[in-house]
Design a protein around this ligand. Structure first.
Ligand code: ATP
Ligand code: ATP
Lengths: 210, 210
């Protein structure tokens, strides 16, 4: 897939590099030559230009990408104008950064397909993580449905999943268990770099603490 | 749990409000009275002070929180000094924002228990989302294990999970399915605000498209 990332602040820079190292075609755009020089070797193509300039967008074929991400932060006018122009030029999907809910609504009105707010998204994840004891990670699946990763509470150690009866008691389905490798296991699993193994739950084998 | 959020930029502001509306005790701190006034009604306590001032931290009992989040962005010296001081004053968990990997290593050296980089975390999530077709959401469980939410590919419509034989073919365990409510279902599920229902998979009922 062909991507354009416009605006190489921290978010844009990181996104451009990650997409490129995931094997995607990435055109990185910024009006600052310094930023463009920094990223040149880490994307397909890096171009210093004013992204609000329609002629320049066409000349550099930015209008021919599959997805454009507009990550111009502070300059609200440049961000909205670039977003509107890219949609008018026919880019299938334009994702625009919005610093506030008002900006987000404006972006949607002018055609942004998605709006991203890195600080808010990260703050929401951290808030959930900090509020739920034993919580490590969460994926919301539906209104009343989430996948949650937790640390095995000490009270569960030595019990088996059958003993704990998660499904009946808590309406919880255990999908996977990660456990620290014992020293014997560590030596036989050379490929496991971080000292943990992940496996499907065996309802009859006891959980280890932590 | 008692939290202190220090530095009310976009990330800190959002985190403080979210923690408070999740029922936590939140002390919000910023040297700017403007920022403090803005958030006063949305946290337990909002204090305008210089967070590097050890005397002020003690006087305001910031050293008595369970978790402190230091989200001072640009002023690297203030961020590191505040982090080091809070650890020395005995705060059990200090989470510090780091703008670069180098800053992150410094934060860890001076005692930060966690490091947060909102732009990078959000960029990584968006990169994964954009690179995987049909991809909606992901939670990494272990090295070779993830929970992934995808849109039902059109080729699967009308087939049942038994037909598709996911577990054998793709080593995939389907955990949940979300489907748009049909008009009849919509009227009976009044509490389902967004027109979707989520349910555990029935291996013999056919998947709907989308
Ligand atoms: N008209 C424009 N055309 C191209 N690039 C632009 C234009 N206006 C601003 N930029 C670039 O957008 C980039 C990001 O903008 P800004 O510095 O506001 O960061 P930000 O979005 O707040 O970043 P961060 O991701 O670090 O939070 C800058 O590098 C800037 O040079
Ligand atoms: N010594 C200090 N004591 C208390 N607050 C401080 C101190 N130094 C800076 N701050 C506050 O930290 C806040 C956040 O800092 P900054 O403006 O660098 O934002 P940021 O972390 O880049 O924010 P964003 O979350 O918007 O990306 C500011 O509101 C500033 O007033």
């Amino acid at each position: 897939m062909r991507f354009a990332v416009i605006g190489l602040g921290r978010f844009g820079l990181r996104l451009a590099k990650q997409l490129y190292s995931a094997g995607q075609e990435v055109i990185a755009v910024d009006e600052s030559m310094t930023m463009v020089d920094q990223i040149r070797d880490e994307v397909t193509l890096a171009i210093a230009m004013d992204a609000t300039d329609e002629g320049a967008l066409i000349a550099n074929k930015i209008d021919q990408v599959d997805v454009a991400i507009v990550s111009i932060g502070e300059d609200f006018e440049a961000a909205t104008l670039t977003t509107a122009t890219l949609k008018q030029l026919g880019v299938a999907r334009v994702i625009s950064r919005a610093l506030t809910p008002t900006t987000a609504r404006i972006m949607e009105k002018i055609g942004a397909d998605d709006v991203v707010n890195p600080e808010d998204e990260s703050a929401d994840r951290w808030a959930t993580r900090l509020v739920t004891p034993h919580f490590i990670n969460q994926m919301v699946i539906g209104e009343n449905f989430s996948a949650v990763e937790i640390v095995t509470p000490n009270e569960w150690a030595g019990k088996t999943l059958v003993d704990l009866n998660m499904r009946q008691k808590y309406h919880v389905n255990i999908v996977a268990i990660r456990a620290k490798l014992t020293p014997e296991e560590k030596s036989e699993q050379q490929d496991n770099a971080d000292g943990w193994k992940t496996f499907l739950p065996d309802p009859t084998s006891p959980l280890r603490v932590g």
